[in-house]
Design a protein around this ligand. Structure first.
Ligand code: UGA
Ligand code: MN
Length: 255
């Protein structure tokens, strides 16, 4: 059964290298993936269309723009506005429609942001999920590893520094669910009014889950298979100066 992977993405200098060499290459090696890429844009860009057409993956290319008033501005604090919300919901809309039309409920759903690092073994773990799985995420929440706290094989809490009392103190990269569960709960989605760090709880609760329902993966949550990374923004000071005098080093090139 396929793993449907929803990836929100937006234009920036690092977009192509992140999506191509980090994410698409990992997903192609993982096999059995259907990649749903949702651009935060008012149109589908040729940059993303081109990199998708170069993969061997079955994929779906979607777009939906985040309105300006819903975007975090440079002066706004880190926790001000969640990112990728409309894009993940658009991916969910497409997936439900597709599965309904095919009368199919096989497979798994995972949200893979376009900047993280994914071990191939993560996808093998996802394929063992019955309803919903959970595992550690490195570098999330301001610590080396955020992980579920287990007791007798059940999730009873969270070994995290940021708001451990949340029902699901887990990053977007730290869980996956069965497609059947997604179809049983047609209302389940993300909500822009939930601050960053609460999107995961909102979504998993809307699937009718409690933390004790989560199946611990990655050797009882002792293994790190995903890293919450961010590629350093390239320094383009001189490019900006060149642009002011009418020069552009990437003119006619896709970077
Ligand atoms: C953390 C979490 O890991 C994310 O799952 C969560 O969405 C995010 O916080 C949040 O603030 O809501 P972080 O690395 O800070 O992640 O956020 P990004 O990786 O920059 O953004 C998350 C996803 O949304 C990425 O796939 C990114 O490409 C996408 N995004 C970001 C957009 O689609 N539009 C934007 O304007 C910004
Ligand atoms: Mn990220």
């Amino acid at each position: 059964p396929p793993i449907y992977i929803i990836t929100p993405t937006y234009a920036r200098p690092n977009q192509k290298v992140d999506l191509t060499t980090r994410l698409s290459h990992a997903l192609q090696l993982a096999r059995g993936i259907h990649w749903i890429v949702v651009e935060d844009s008012d149109h589908k860009t040729t940059l993303v269309a081109n990199l998708l057409s170069r993969t061997s993956l079955p994929y779906t290319h979607l777009h939906i723009p985040t309105p300006d008033h819903m975007k975090r501005q440079p002066h706004e604090e880190f926790g001000a506005k969640p990112r990728g919300v409309l894009q993940r919901n658009e991916g969910l809309r497409w997936l439900r429609e597709e599965l309904l039309s095919r009368n199919n409920r096989d497979g798994f759903l995972y949200f893979a942001d376009d900047d993280n690092g994914y071990d191939l073994e993560l996808f093998d773990e996802i394929r063992t999920i019955k309803n919903a799985g959970v595992w550690p995420v490195a570098f999330a929440g301001g610590v080396m590893v955020e992980k579920p706290l287990l007791k007798n094989g059940k999730v009873v809490g969270w070994d995290v520094a940021f708001e451990p009392k949340r029902e699901f103190a887990v990053d977007m990269a730290g869980f996956a669910v069965s497609v059947k569960l997604l179809m049983d709960r047609p209302e389940a989605r993300f909500d822009f009014d939930q601050p960053p760090g609460h999107q995961e709880t909102y979504f998993l609760k809307s699937l009718g889950l409690k933390k004790r329902n989560m199946e611990p993966k990655a050797k009882n949550c002792t293994q790190v298979l995903v890293w919450h990374t961010k590629t350093k923004e390239p320094i383009l000071i001189l490019e900006k100066i060149l642009n002011q005098i009418g020069k552009q080093t990437d003119k006619g090139m896709e970077v």
